[in-house]
Design a protein around this ligand. Structure first.
Ligand code: ADP
Ligand code: MG
Length: 222
């Protein structure tokens, strides 16, 4: 079964002054074991689609199914906390926590004992290719590429197989970007994650398994 399926999804932003049809009829499926990219112009609807997949809202029409269950019928707070790991362009690490504490955080939320969370966090940080010397450093003492790796380690600390990333390489130089995208592909291929990445950077698409193109609220398979 697909981990995520969008079926005839429409989404309209309505305000007092205007109505924007951000998604017009999107249907697609995402499987574990693959790295997906969504490309498309600014304003085409990519972030709206990802936010529905992340359970920030439900579609205006149609459904997003997580393992066969519509996000309309589940508690979205629980869904976001337990099933979706998000990665952002600006990393969004907690600035006052060390790298290790950032990665321990989701495990502590889930009631894992600090001692166990610490050793697991160390494992996750090593598994994204960072040296032990980053454990006790604060995000401000790390490069952009290192911060994004810590953010990915924090995603691995969640008990889920779904990673959604909105422009994860948007703040990185081309070498760091390629390394991060390669790491995400490895998580999909070697650790059975479903990874969905929004990207502007078409030079990275050779690393991706499946590319979708968003155009004016409609999704096309490349
Ligand atoms: N909160 C919002 N209120 C009203 N319109 C919005 C809002 N967020 C996005 N939009 C509009 O929805 C469309 C799709 O936006 P978005 O999903 O952010 O595109 P992308 O991520 O591809 O740049 C755009 O026309 C955008 O202006
Ligand atoms: Mg966007």
């Amino acid at each position: 079964m697909s981990i995520l399926t969008l079926q005839s999804v429409r989404y309209t932003y309505k305000s007092k002054y205007q109505t924007v049809e951000a998604l017009k009829d999107v249907s697609c499926s995402f499987e574990q074991g693959f790295l997906y990219a969504i490309v498309g112009k600014s304003g085409s609807g990519k972030s709206t689609m990802l936010s529905l997949m992340a359970g920030l809202d439900v579609p205006s029409e149609g459904d997003v199914f997580f393992r066969g269950t519509s996000t309309r019928t589940i508690n979205l707070d629980t869904y976001r906390r337990n099933h979706v790991a998000m990665i952002y362009q600006n990393f969004r690490l907690f600035p006052l926590l060390t790298a290790l504490e950032n990665v321990m955080y989701p495990m502590e939320l889930h009631g894992i004992r600090p001692k166990d969370a610490k050793s697991k966090a160390e494992e996750h940080i090593r598994s994204v290719g960072l040296p032990d010397t980053v454990f006790n450093r604060f995000p401000s003492m790390l490069s952009g590429g290192e911060q994004q790796r810590v953010a990915i380690a924090r995603a691995l600390a969640m008990d889920t197989n779904l990673i959604l990333a909105d422009e994860p390489t948007g703040n990185l130089d081309s070498t760091a970007s390629r390394n991060i995208m390669t790491l995400l592909a490895r998580l999909a291929h070697e650790r059975n994650y479903c990874v969905v990445v929004i990207t502007h950077d078409t030079s990275l698409l050779d690393i991706v398994d499946v590319t979708y193109q968003m155009r004016d609220g409609i999704l096309y398979k490349e």
